[in-house]
Design a protein around this ligand. Structure first.
Ligand code: AMP
Length: 400
């Protein structure tokens, strides 16, 4: 099946046309700066060739219209008719408590996604714009929503409830939801396959360490706890997000310095994390480069990042009563042996031992990086959220 995967942001659309049989993309790209005068479309073909066009793109529908023209281009495109697209898979960030799995999109589903915009005001409206544009341009093609939250939808209440007045949850749905679900689910399934585990008797800790970062305790194939909460701000130290902190800091900053909610939102989400601590960059590569030159602030950012991941691994080992495996993925998790080694250092007590050589060779590939006698296996598995969205979409469409 050929599935067109759309990840629609507020001013960008990432797209891939994926052949689910070969599990490879045919064409992939991004439309950036939608609505501005200097919009840009970049794309590449699996068979070779990378291209770009600069032109003003008015809105998301216009963007998809242009992308479809590109798909059909005889030289720089990938298909000869839009009829070749069997289904469209949409990444949707927030599925609230309702969507515990991926779903075929109809009017009711679309309305529910709109309702959940209150919980993800930056993401869901952008996702909806992409869905509406695709439905208009491909009215006869089934469209499926794949939610970032749904992998975590079966967490027990002891994990998802905040210890706030219960009405905040029962009336306003303030609870922990978790994100990066598509990635955590993908690496869970790959790890179970690679290690030959029985999914119904399995315990994994999945670490998605990219610009956004989260960690999940997975029992018998289900997320039982995860580090992100009501929003993707909670948990690990990220590129520009603070992760866990004392909520009283908010009150202190408002009362003492007069910060307004929108200013704090920007500080916590865009100016904190690695960037905030280091004052250098949100990119871990820059942090490490500066650290090597002796920059103290870079060192601080690195240490806090590593420590937070380690602390969560410890917590989830307690939640799961041990683990069969720990899996690293995403930009940092896949590409940096040094970081994986530092995170796993001094965890021998738990039966975690890294093989230095295997770890160093692992970057970007699916590899077991623990020693043969390590009780807990440690793996690197490159994530592939678009492929997972395509496979989920195929499954929903074939079984409707
Ligand atoms: P992602 O959000 O998964 O695309 O990950 C992006 C982040 O991965 C970047 O911001 C970098 O900090 C990080 N990254 C990519 N390659 C490396 C590397 N070789 N070493 C350390 N960090 C890396």
């Amino acid at each position: 099946m050929k599935v067109f995967v759309i990840n629609s942001g507020s001013s960008s659309i990432k797209f891939q046309l994926i052949d689910t049989q070969t599990r490879n993309y045919i064409i992939k790209g991004i439309v950036e700066r939608i609505g501005e005068h200097d919009s840009l479309i970049r794309w590449s073909l699996k068979e070779g060739g990378s291209y770009r066009i600069e032109q003003k793109i008015e809105n998301h529908k216009h963007a998809l219209d242009e992308v479809f023209k590109i798909l059909l281009d005889k030289e720089k495109g990938a298909i000869s008719s839009l009829d070749e697209i069997d289904a469209v898979g949409h990444r949707v960030v927030h599925g609230g408590e309702k969507f515990k799995s991926s779903v075929l999109i109809d009017k009711d589903v679309l309305n529910s996604i709109k309702e959940y915009s209150i919980l993800a005001p930056l993401h869901n409206p952008a996702n909806i714009t992409g869905i509406e544009a695709a439905m208009e341009l491909l009215p006869n093609v089934p469209q499926v929503a794949v939610f970032d939250t749904s992998f975590h939808a079966n967490m027990p209440r002891r994990a998802y409830l905040y210890a706030l007045p219960y009405e905040f949850y029962s009336e306003k749905k303030i609870r922990r939801y978790g994100f990066h679900g598509t990635s955590h689910k993908y690496i869970t399934e790959r790890a179970i396959e690679l290690l030959g585990l029985d999914i119904n008797n399995s315990k994994l800790i999945t670490c998605h360490l990219g610009n956004g970062a989260s960690i999940t305790a997975v029992k018998n194939g289900y997320s039982v706890d995860t580090s992100m909460g009501l929003t993707p701000l909670e948990g690990l130290v990220m590129g520009t997000r603070s992760g866990d902190m004392d909520p009283a800091i908010t009150l202190f900053l408002m009362e003492t310095y007069g910060y307004k909610p929108e200013e704090l939102d920007k500080i916590y989400n865009k100016k904190s994390g690695l960037l905030g601590l280091s004052g250098i960059s949100n990119d871990m590569r820059d942090i490490m480069e500066e650290m090597e030159k002796g920059n103290e602030r870079a060192k601080i950012a690195y240490e806090v990042f590593i420590y937070r991941v380690k602390k969560y691994i410890g917590a989830y080992l307690a939640v799961l009563n041990g683990a069969d495996a720990i899996i690293f993925t995403a930009g940092i998790g896949e590409n940096n042996a040094h970081i994986r080694e530092d995170i796993c250092r001094n965890l021998e007590f738990f039966g975690i031992k890294i093989d230095k050589e295997k770890n160093e060779q692992a970057n970007g590939k699916e590899v077991i990086i623990s020693t043969d006698d390590s009780k807990v296996k440690v793996l690197v598995i490159p994530t592939n959220e678009e492929l997972k969205i395509a496979l989920e979409t195929e499954n929903i469409v074939e079984n409707r």
